[in-house]
Design a binder for this molecule. Structure first.
Ligand code: GLA
Length: 390
């Protein structure tokens, strides 16, 4: 792994998490785990259609401090909410009072369903992944928790199995029918790289982040409404489209074949499927462009992805569009688009490094002038996936 100075943010976060643990449980934690958030460069709403995605794990983290217990209880404390929650591994139920704890409960449930024998645990978690802004704070909690159980119980499961079990927790315990992208990249991310993930075979290829480029994440500070119900509806419509087209998944139809047959589909399903089919092709074209050093072409594909998410898939919103449109006007921007499920949250921008500071300032100003909202804008680094930290 290329060396990089210790990330001061992560250092601060892990120090305070450790302090909370000492104060609460009166001992040192046995270990600390860090799980990153993520942004997706391109390939949105393709993962649950067996397609391709190109996400990056970022240097914003959920940190878990933990020690195994001798009994069957899991005691949780979320430092950011100053809330505690305890459950028994012999009877894992939802807790509507501490909704954040359902991610940990779900992971323990999914691991046990898969036959793993878990130890009880004392856990403290804190996070600097903003919540509800589309950077996968919940998937980071899941993957950090799974990794902590693995460490405490000496469980052998690889990164892909871990991602699949965390996805199962979210699908079946929490009730959000997400794809595999978030849990996968958080589990397996590689420093300084994006991962081209084939969401059918679950293989990946490493794609280096080009030198001289900055990854800028702009948080609209419009918290996502409607996202779960709209998400589950889109997913059903994609399945229905594939059925009507007679293919196992939308991954299995080329752009040309789709164009020739799209009139067979009802109007809404047609538009939504068109996004998925064209987006899959854009991911493959984008990776080819990056590998050939064609940064302008890569950026154009990011922009086209946003337009397709806005017009065909209909998951953008006024705030995301404003942030992207202001970004498109700036010098040194290669590409800008919404990232994640949509309806609020963040945009991802690829910007020439020397233009990044000016970009940050200009976009913040331009966005506030249109929306009256204060955005959060940060330059991110591509990080490792989940890992133990000192
Ligand atoms: C959410 C889901 C992912 C993926 C994206 C959209 O982040 O958790 O599985 O579907 O939306 O690309």
């Amino acid at each position: 792994m290329p060396s990089r100075p210790i990330d001061p943010r992560l250092h601060t976060l892990s120090t305070t998490t450790r302090e909370h643990f000492r104060r609460l449980y009166d001992e040192e934690p046995a270990f600390l785990v860090a799980a990153p958030g993520r942004v997706n460069l391109i390939g949105e709403h393709t993962d649950y259609n067996d397609g391709f995605v190109l996400p990056v794990a970022i240097d914003r983290h959920v940190v878990v401090a933990a020690s195994p217990r001798r009994d069957r209880f899991v005691r949780l404390y979320a430092a950011d909410f100053d809330q505690a929650s305890t459950f028994s591994l012999d009877d894992i139920e939802h807790d509507s009072g501490t909704r954040w704890s359902n991610y940990e409960r779900g992971v323990a449930w999914a691991l046990q369903e898969a036959g793993y024998r878990l130890p009880g645990m004392d856990i403290v978690l804190s996070s600097d992944v903003p919540i509800g802004s589309g950077l996968s704070s919940s998937a980071a909690i899941e993957v950090a928790t799974a990794f902590a159980f693995q460490q405490a119980g000496n469980l052998s499961l690889d990164g892909v199995q871990r991602a699949l079990l965390c996805q199962k927790a979210e699908n079946e315990f929490v009730g959000m029918r997400c794809g595999i992208m978030d849990q996968y990249i958080i589990s397996l991310g590689k420093r300084d790289h994006a991962l081209l993930i084939d969401c059918r075979s679950l293989d990946y290829q490493l794609v280096p982040i080009p030198a001289g480029c900055a990854l800028v994440v702009c948080d609209t500070n419009k918290r996502r409404g409607l996202v779960d119900s709209e998400y589950n509806t889109r997913r059903q419509e994609c399945e229905e489209g594939a059925r009507l087209l007679g293919v196992p998944a939308l991954r299995d139809i080329s752009v040309d074949a789709f164009r020739a047959r799209e009139a067979e589909l009802p109007p809404t399903i047609r538009m939504h499927c068109r996004h998925v089919v064209t987006e899959n092709q854009r991911v493959l074209d984008a990776v080819a462009a990056l590998r050939a050093g064609e940064l302008a072409q890569f950026g154009d594909l990011m922009n086209a992805s946003h337009i397709s998410l806005r017009d065909d898939y209909q998951v953008s919103c006024a705030e995301l569009d404003a942030m992207v449109e202001v970004a498109w006007e700036q010098q040194g921007v290669l590409g800008a688009r919404m990232t994640g499920a949509g309806f609020g949250g963040c945009t991802v921008n690829l910007v020439l490094e020397q233009a990044a500071a000016h970009f940050q300032h200009q976009v913040a100003q331009g966005y506030t002038a249109i929306t009256d909202l204060q955005p959060e804008i940060y330059v991110c680094k591509a990080e490792e996936g989940v890992r133990l930290i000192d």
